[in-house]
Structures are given as C-alpha cells and as structure tokens.
Write a protein that binds this ligand. Structure first.
Ligand code: ADE
Length: 236
C-alpha cells in the first residue's frame, strides 16, 4: 500500500475544479470561524482521504482568487488543518509551441517548479527569488498515465513580457502558470512532497492572445485535467 494516504489538492479556480468535485463526490465542508475565502471539499477515494481546497472568491472584486498570495494562504491552512502526506496542485496553464505543446496536453511538474517574475539581483536573493523547488519523482507515473513531464514556471501575470519569456527559456520552463512555485515553497518549509498537474489552455508563443485562448479552452482543458487528476490519485 502507498505511503500517501492523505492528499491536499490545492486549486485556484472553481471552473478548474468542478469536474473533480463532481466525479469524486467531494462535499463542501462547513467553515469554522475564518474570514479567509478558502473553500474546502473532502471525501474518500479508494484508500485515500482527499482534501480539495479552492482559493475561493475575492470579497472585493467577486472573482476567484488566483496567483501566488491566495495560494499560499490556501495551502498553509490546508497543511495546518489536514496534515497531508502529499500536496498536489492542479490547474490550467500555458504551454509552448517550441516544446511541442498542444491545447489539452497534461503535464506533471518535473524536476522542479520556479518563479520567473521575482528578479532580485543581489547575491543569495537571486536564487531565493527563482526558488527552484524539487517535485515528487513522477517520471514513471507520467509514462503510465500517458502525460508529459516538464518544468513549471510561475508568475503573477496571465500575459508575459519579453523578459518573462527570456527567463522562462533560461530555466527550461515548459509550462507557464500562476501558483505552483508559491505552493511548493510552503510545502518545502513543512517538508511535505509536492507535485503539480497542469492542463494546457493556451500556447504562450502562439499567435492568439492568451486571454482569448484561455477563456475559449478553459472548460475543455479543465475536463481533461479532472480525468487525469483522478487517474493520478489512483496510482499515487
Ligand atoms: N493559466 C493558463 N494559461 C496561462 C498562462 N499563459 N500564463 C499564466 N497562467 C495561465
């Protein structure tokens, strides 16, 4: 039997999580005295306890909280409340034509996740800014599931500047998204293994604008994300 009995599944957008919540029959938990917008769903799947936590909605702007800040609060409360054996971050992301990515492709994070938008040109802080957090060894699992494995690059913007692209290439990034490295930072502090699974909604170095391509493909990619996340949980 696997050592992984309890999984904290950290996700940003409700639309990304909908199919997983439905397929696994996860139930929304009552809130205990917290002003944090985080929403917790839970259930058992095979021999594993699953805690799925969403960042929840921003009370001020009424949209899903996305990006690094909300994800850090989310994973921290999840760790404190549920003491997971593994932290899994599932979400959507941009892929790269130069790496042969297609919309709907699934990637597992490997061998590391890092930040591309934390440039601090002071000795010691440069590496701190980039992060480079090692991920759960998943190459055999990726092969088994028929999905890709690649370096995941995190930043707080959906679009990108030329400098973002330069840094992403410099660190061999194949997947661009907005949460993984921040969640991995917290996982690393607590010594809990971390893995990200990402579904591609848009091609960063393609011809369409990111926001149009993202919105067009969000439901399609989220459905595949849900299916592959469940397959992943089955083999962990
Ligand atoms: N989520 C989906 N596509 C993305 C992109 N291109 N950049 C950052 N986050 C994303």
């Amino acid at each position: 039997m696997s050592d992984i009995r309890t999984i904290l599944l950290v996700m940003a957008m409700h639309d990304e999580a909908k199919s997983i919540i439905e397929s696994l029959g996860l139930k929304l938990q009552k809130k205990h005295n917290s002003k944090l917008p985080t929403e917790t769903f839970s259930g058992k799947y095979n021999d594993k306890q699953i805690w799925l936590q969403l960042n929840g909605k921003c009370p001020r702007f009424g949209v899903d909280n996305i990006g690094t800040d909300a994800s850090v609060l989310n994973v921290y409360t999840g760790i404190e409340n549920h003491n997971p054996d593994l932290i899994l971050n599932a979400g959507t992301a941009g892929g790269f034509a130069r790496a042969n990515a297609k919309v709907g492709d699934i990637y597992l994070s490997y061998p590391y996740v890092y930040h591309h938008d934390r440039r601090i040109n002071i000795p010691g802080f440069t590496e701190y800014g980039i992060g480079k957090y090692t991920c759960y060894p998943c190459l055999d699992i990726a092969k088994k599931l028929g999905v890709k494995a690649g370096v995941v690059s995190t930043g707080n913007s959906l679009d990108h500047t030329p400098l973002d692209l330069e840094i992403i290439e410099q660190y061999n990034g194949e997947v661009k998204e907005m949460e993984a490295a921040a969640i991995a930072w917290v996982a690393n502090i607590f010594g809990i293994p971390f893995l990200a699974i990402k579904a591609i909604t848009d091609i960063v170095d393609g011809s369409e604008t990111t926001e149009d391509e993202f919105l067009k493909n969000l439901n399609y990619a989220s459905k595949i994300l849900g299916e592959k996340t469940i397959e992943l949980i089955e083999v962990l």
